[in-house]
Design a protein around this ligand. Sequence first.
Ligand SMILES: N[C@@H](CCC(=O)N[C@@H](CS)C(=O)NCC(=O)O)C(=O)O
Length: 227
Amino acid sequence: MTMIDPGAEIEITGYQWVPDFARGFVRDLRPRWACEEAGIRYRERLADVRDKPGWLLEAQPWGQVPIMRDGDIVLFESGATLLHLGEKSEALLPREGQARADALSWLLGAFNSIEPAMFEFTNVTAFARGEEWAKLRRPSLEEFIARRLAPLEQRLDGREWLGESFTIADIAMVTVLRAIGGSKLLAAHPAVEAYVARGEARPGFAQAMADQLAAFDRNAPEQNQGE
Ligand SMILES: N[C@@H](CCC(=O)N[C@@H](CS)C(=O)NCC(=O)O)C(=O)O
C-alpha cells in the first residue's frame, strides 16, 4: 500500500519526469522506500528537472533532489532524509548499542566508501564510454571496485542484512549498489548480488519504485504535448 498521502506532514521532493537513463535511479527513491518500510505517510512535491523551480534551487545547494520537509524543517541529501526518518522509527534505525552503531557506520560507508566509485563507474561505462580516457581508466577502476566489494562479500556471507536487522543502512547500500546491477563486477560477488536482489524484492522497495515511475509516466513529455 502506498504511503503517499497529500495531507501528510512529511514532503519528499522528486522529479515530474526524467529521461530513460535515470528512470528508477532518482534518489528520492531512498526516502520513499524508508517511508514504505516504516509506514510513514508522505506527500510528493515534483519539480521539472529541465526548468528547476526557485524553491528547489533555494532548498538544495546543488539544485538536486531529494529534499524533505517535515513541518518547518527542511533537509537535503538523501542520507540526511534517511537519518531523519530513522529517528522516527526503530524499524529503520535501532535506538542504541552496537545495532545503532552498525547502522550508522554502514550508512556512511555506503555513501562515502562505495557511492563515489559507482559515480565513476557510470561515467566511465556510460556517459563517457567512447572517450579514450574512459577506456584507459576502466581496468584500474574495476580493480578498485572489486577491492571495495570484497569486504562487503565477507560481511554478507551468511547474513541477510548489514546489521542484525534491515535498517536505513541497507536502503543506502542497496540503492548505491544498484548502479552496477547486471555487471560482471557484481556477479563476481554473489553474496553482494543476492543482497541487492533481496533488497529490491522487499514490498517497500517495489512500492517506492512504482510510485516514482508512476509520476514519470503521468508527466511524460509526449503526453503533455498539446495540453
Ligand atoms: N548526494 C545527493 C545527490 C543528489 C542527486 O544526485 N540528485 C540527482 C537525481 S538522483 C539530481 O537531482 N540530478 C539533477 C541535477 O543534478 O541537475 C543525495 O544523495 O541526495
